[in-house]
Write a protein that binds this ligand. Structure first.
Ligand SMILES: Nc1nc2c(c(=O)[nH]1)N[C@H]1C(S)=C(S)[C@@H](COP(=O)(O)O)O[C@H]1N2
Ligand SMILES: [Mo]
Length: 221
């Protein structure tokens, strides 16, 4: 396999536009442009959803040392919430103001808590796609496992039946077709983070590429 390339497709989330009330934040992070519509961006094929084979797993350093799993029916019966947020693709387009509906990440942390000492999570998707997050990014109240956008079920290309939205990070940090979460006691790079994207990925600090990382931003490449 050659070097994977991210193909056009993207989204954006608009959470708090003005972070501190005093100085309104510009709408777009530096270097981003507004995109009309909602492109589709990912590497590889769109997986087929097979409800009877689908499960959502929480594993790794869980508080009780057990693995947890939910069927599609069980997972989608968890309390539904919405988050309005922008989506910023590192290829420089942004989509503003989508309403994401689904299950907040905090719900998962409540019902399947991590062990003490967990600092990061790896979010796993179909075909082994993954992205790592600091625990704080995952526990943010805006981080949500989305089943819906603007009141409609996600389409297959956009991650049906489930995708993660982390509004305050670049969109590659939000896997489509997500299948589980691994609790980790040390950081490890996910799919794009191993392939040249920044380990943290804050769009407001324009943390696009791994060569911009400073000591402490991520595990050695
Ligand atoms: N499973 C998976 N999820 C993924 C990706 C991917 O390649 N595979 N690409 C990410 C990137 S780079 C972006 S910009 C967004 C795009 O989401 P969209 O296609 O719904 O706009 O999905 C993210 N989630
Ligand atoms: Mo992206």
């Amino acid at each position: 396999m050659g070097q994977p390339v991210e193909r056009e497709s993207g989204a954006r989330t608009s959470g708090d536009r003005a972070s501190d009330g005093a100085t309104p934040r510009p709408e777009l992070p530096p270097g981003q442009r507004l995109q009309r519509g909602w492109p589709v961006t990912h590497y590889g094929p769109v997986p087929k959803f097979r409800p009877e084979r689908w499960d959502f797993r929480v594993f790794g350093a869980t508080a009780d040392g057990e693995k947890h799993s939910w069927t599609h029916e069980e997972f989608t019966a968890l309390p539904y919430a919405t988050v309005t947020a922008d989506l910023h693709c590192v290829t420089k387009y942004s989509m503003l103001g989508a309403e994401w509906g689904g299950i907040p990440a905090r719900t998962i942390l409540d019902i399947a808590p991590p062990a003490q000492g967990v600092t990061h999570v790896m979010v796993w998707a179909e075909y082994g796609f993954s992205s790592n997050l600091r625990l704080d990014d995952f526990t943010s109240e805006c981080t949500i496992f989305a089943t819906h956008k603007d009141g409609e079920l996600l389409t297959a290309e956009h991650g049906f039946p489930l995708r993660l939205i982390v509004p305050h990070l670049y969109a590659w940090k939000g896997p489509k077709w997500v299948r589980g979460v691994e609790y980790m006691t040390a950081d490890r790079r996910g799919f794009w983070e191993e392939r040249g994207y920044h380990n943290i990925g804050d769009p407001w600090r324009e943390q696009r590429y791994s060569y911009q990382e400073e000591p402490g931003d991520g595990p050695e490449l």
